[in-house]
Design a protein around this ligand. Structure first.
Ligand code: C2E
Ligand code: CA
Ligand code: CA
Length: 930
């Protein structure tokens, strides 16, 4: 059921969508037109009914139809003896007589007194008379005798008679019934009355009393006998029920009745009751017949009414002179017109020839009704035309704009941005057109914007692609070829050199101490250093090859065509030398040295990757040699690289297991010849018991970052040991601790050192920090930290002075308390006058600045002798003492002093005049010039 409903709905929806606006409007107006026509039709029907009603109300009317001439004057024709007269006869008297006959018949059926009887008879006579007169006149005017009307009327009157006869029979039957019932009732009532009376109250059988009650009930319901025409009629049901009750009572109490009332009484009751039942049945049959006849009678009345034309008109031609005709006409109109009289239009039938009927027309409607109909028809037509014009106008004002909008939308959807809709049509559609045009405008501008955006996007993409391509090949910071591009170029160079028989040199570069520079000066500054460095490299290499950046501070240089190994070595040296001029970064001169490792194709390796690895190994070697070094690959270097890896792994293990030890080397006051302080020097005790010197592992520890953990350990152990001595047998103990620049970069270095000293209750004067010049490159923050240290009373020594590019600037800028002259500087003071002069100058400078001096690497008595007698001079070297273990320090204090005394007493040490030169009179006097 639901599926059916759904299908039906879908069909309706499909119909709705397949119907265009025109179709809908046409359908709607066709509907309206049909409604108007139907209404028109119904109105006409209404007019006819109305007319009948009017005539019914026209009473009293003359019983005879009167023929009235419409025109009083005769129509003069071609012959003076012939007259034309338009005549008309109306049927109103007949209709009135019909109605009256019907009414009087109804009355006669209801009651049978003399009045109704007479009235009924009179109505029949009147009907006959008026109809006969009408038919005669109509026949005279139209020449048609209306035979159907005559026979219809006869049948109608016959039906009336039958109906009346039936009513009479029913009346008689009702009388018989009443008589019978009363007899029965009297018998029962008599029996009740003749029953016993006790104290004035009737004491009778219950069944007899019930019978009496049932008969009362039957009487009350007997009114239905006048109308009920079958046992099924609802109105007879109560009667039948009480009738059955009487029958049942009589049957069920037969024995009682027979004994109390006697057999005769009972049989008489039974006989009367069965007659009553048969009378009742006969009455119902009669009622049924009466009803059927009454229906026939009513039907016949309406068919006779339909046979009666409203009027009959025509033209009558007479031969009589016009005057006589008029007189006759007047006489006729005034006469009482007997039913058998000839047509009133013909006054003298014997004297005049019979009228000739020229034309005739019959209409069932009154003329004013016809006019009404015409008016209604014209009005309907006008309404329809109006509706159609409104429909067409509406369709045109809707369909046109809608089609334009539809076409425009389709074009717009296809991408035609220029389309605009012509305005017009109904207001809503015009507004829609304006909105559409606005939308199209916006769409067009949006499209244009999108196009522009797309173009700019494409340009950007092209630019980005270019940039990406460059990025893929170039290092974004320096613009040098990147690792990828290096491999491409190097492989190409190798291929060319192989074909042409040349050598290819690969150089691996490392900027000395770049890490410190970067960490201390900031990465932005570091980047600018790298850019400047890259430019310098490009300049230095353009004559023989190219430079590339691998990342961080790792650069490579390729010599693309070298004739011999020497060419490659010279090229490497030229690169190293290129950095001996300072770089200009942010307007300041910066000294940056590079170490270079080189490998050669095909001598060392044959592919790019292996050549780079070989150059890296050579670089490690170069760095081990010191700053600004070039090292060319040898196969052993690869072993070094491997051992470097092993060392790193070993160091991690050493940190975990605590394999480090500290040795302490005394520094002797040249004046008092007493040990003033000891320098803490790290050793790595291998599991097999051998000791490894710091030179063999510190560089690797620095490189791998392990130095931080190692340095921490050194600091804690040295402070701990100093505290042990200070609070024990050597209260004046002072320990010098080597500090890596990396440690100073840690912002908390000073504070944690002070905390450590407080923790061990060690005065700050018991500690001295040793730094190399490279600390200057770590920036101002570290210098500030050193100043704080000095303020706390911690002494600061500048280590290894005289190596590298020892500058006076470092002496001036750092808050130093001591300068340690490097072993290389001391090595020649007793053999080389230049060394002696340099030492003298530096000693003079330090004394001038109030700095203490330690001469490192004093190995010979001659050196010892030359360094004596200078205030603030301290001596450190194997001559006096090698570094000793912690437990050997206290005995060493005595032994070293004794050794110094012994040395002083050695007679073979000549006091050279240079010693005199070297010694200055006071610590505050300026050094000698020259
Ligand atoms: P340095 O600070 O210049 O230490 C002095 C070095 O010279 C020591 O070598 C010492 O044993 C050696 N030496 C002393 N007198 C003589 C001599 O008369 N002749 C010769 N040939 N050598 C002498 P060591 O102990 O091998 O230390 C080497 C370097 O390792 C040190 O040089 C120092 O820079 C570094 N170092 C040592 N211990 C530590 C440490 O605990 N921390 C840090 N950061 N560096 C340390
Ligand atoms: Ca040192
Ligand atoms: Ca040193």
């Amino acid at each position: 059921m639901q599926a059916l409903l759904r299908r039906w709905r879908a069909k309706v929806a499909a119909l709705r969508f397949s119907f265009g606006l025109t179709g809908r409007l046409v359908a709607a107006f066709a509907g309206v037109g049909a409604l108007v026509l139907a209404a028109n039709f119904l109105v006409l029907q209404g007019v006819r009914v109305e007319r009948t009603t009017e005539i019914t109300r026209l009473a009293p009317t003359p019983p005879v139809a009167v023929a009235k001439p419409i025109e009083a004057a005769p129509i003069i024709s071609e012959s003076p003896a012939v007259a034309r007269e338009r005549r008309v006869v109306i049927s109103d008297p007949v209709v009135v007589a019909l109605n009256r006959f019907a009414r009087s018949a109804q009355e006669r059926i209801r009651s049978r007194d003399n009045g109704t009887e007479a009235d009924y008879k009179q109505a029949g006579a009147d009907l006959e008379q008026s109809s006969r007169a009408f038919m005669a006149q109509a026949a005279a005017i139209s020449g048609k005798p209306l035979p159907k009307l005559g026979s219809g009327l006869k049948a109608y009157e016959g039906l009336g008679q039958e109906l009346v006869a039936l009513a009479d029979s029913r009346h008689a039957m009702l009388g018989e019934y009443a008589t019978l019932f009363e007899g029965l009732y009297a018998r029962v009532n008599g029996s009740v009355k003749s029953a016993w009376k006790v104290f004035g109250r009737v004491v009778a059988r219950q069944s007899l009393l019930q019978l009496s009650t049932d008969l009362d009930e039957l009487r009350r319901n007997s009114a239905a006998l006048e109308s009920a025409d079958s046992a099924q009629s609802p109105e007879i049901a109560p009667y039948l029920k009480s009738e059955q009750a009487v029958i049942d009572n009589l049957a069920s109490n037969e024995k009682g009745f027979r004994s109390s009332q006697g057999d005769q009484w009972y049989d008489a009751m039974r006989g009367d009751l069965s007659q009553l039942v048969s009378r009742r049945e006969a009455l119902m049959q009669l009622n049924a017949q009466l009803h059927a006849r009454a229906r026939d009678f009513a039907e016949q009345a309406s068919s006779v009414a339909a046979l009666v034309p409203a009027k009959v008109e025509g033209v009558v031609i007479t031969q009589a002179p016009p005057v006589a005709h008029r007189k006759a006409g007047n006489a006729a109109s005034n006469s009482s017109a007997p039913a058998s009289a000839p047509a009133p239009a013909v006054p003298d039938a014997e004297a005049q020839p019979a009228p000739v009927v020229a034309t005739h027309s019959v209409t069932t409607q009154a003329p004013q009704d016809h006019r009404k109909r015409l008016v209604i028809a014209w009005l309907s037509a006008a309404v329809l035309i109006l509706l159609m014009s409104i429909a067409i106008g509406t369709v045109q004002s809707i369909v046109g704009p809608v089609r334009r909008l539809r076409d425009a939308t389709m074009r717009l959807a296809k991408g035609d941005g220029t389309v605009r809709v012509q305005r017009g049509g109904i207001r809503e559609l015009d507004t829609l057109a304006v909105a559409f045009n606005a939308m199209a405008d916006e769409l067009a501008s949006a499209r244009a914007a999108t196009r522009d955006y797309q173009q700019s996007l494409e340009a950007k993409v092209a630019e980005r692609t270019q940039q990406l391509q460059e990025l893929a090949e170039r290092d974004p910071l320096t613009g040098l070829p990147n690792r990828r591009e290096l491999f491409t170029l190097l492989n190409a160079a190798i291929a060319r050199a192989r074909d042409e028989g040349y050598l290819v040199g690969v150089f691996f570069l490392d900027i000395d101490n770049f890490k410190y520079l970067n960490d201390s000066m900031g990465h932005a500054f570091g980047d600018r250093v790298l850019i400047s460095l890259a430019r310098r490299l490009q300049e230095a290499t353009q004559s023989f090859g190219f430079a590339a950046r691998l990342g961080g501070d790792e650069f490579t240089v390729v010599h693309e065509r070298a004739a011999c190994v020497e060419d490659i070595r010279l090229a490497g040296l030229s690169v190293v030398q290129a950095f001996q001029r300072p770089l200009s970064v942010d307007g300041r001169d910066l000294i940056v040295s590079v170490s270079v490792g080189a490998s050669i194709h095909p001598d060392h390796e044959r592919d790019a990757d292996a050549l780079l690895r070989a150059a890296d190994a050579a670089l490690f070697r170069a760095k081990a040699l010191g700053r600004s070094q070039l090292s060319v690959f040898t196969p052993e270097l690869l072993e070094d690289a491997a051992s470097k890896f092993t060392t790193e792994q070993g160091l991690r293990r050493a940190i975990e297991r605590g394999e480090f030890e500290l040795m302490y080397q005394p520094e002797v006051n040249a004046d008092s010849l007493e040990v003033a302080l000891v320098e803490a020097l790290i050793r790595w005790r291998m599991p097999d018991g051998t000791l490894v010197a710091p030179g063999e592992f510190l560089a690797i520890a620095e490189e791998s970052g392990l130095i931080m953990e190692i340095s921490d350990w050194v600091l804690r152990t040295a402070v701990e040991t100093a505290a042990y001595w200070h609070h024990g047998e050597w209260p004046q103990a002072r320990v010098a601790i080597n500090v890596s620049p990396r440690q100073l970069l840690d912002g908390r270095f000073v504070e944690s050192l002070i905390e450590l000293l407080e923790q061990h209750r060690l005065p700050t004067r018991c500690i001295e920090i040793e730094l190399t010049e490279s600390v200057l490159q770590t920036g101002t923050a570290t210098i500030e930290a050193l100043k704080r240290l000095r303020a706390h009373g911690v002494a600061i020594a500048l280590d290894d002075f005289g190596t590298g590019y020892s500058s006076l600037a470092s002496v001036e800028q750092l808050p130093l308390s001591r300068i340690k002259l490097d072993r290389s500087l001391i090595a020649g003071i007793d053999t080389n006058s230049r060394s002696a002069a340099m030492a003298r100058a530096i000693v003079g400078m330090c004394q001038g600045l109030g700095l203490e001096i330690t001469a490192e690497g004093v190995e010979r008595a001659e050196q010892f002798a030359l360094l004596l007698g200078h205030p603030g001079m301290y001596l450190q070297g194997y001559l006096l003492s090698r570094p000793v273990s912690r437990d050997d320090v206290l005995p060493a204090l005595v032994n070293v002093a004794q050794r110094a005394q012994e040395l002083l007493l050695q007679p073979q040490i000549p006091r050279s005049p240079r010693v005199v030169e070297l010694s200055a009179p006071t610590r505050l006097s300026l050094p000698e010039a020259g």
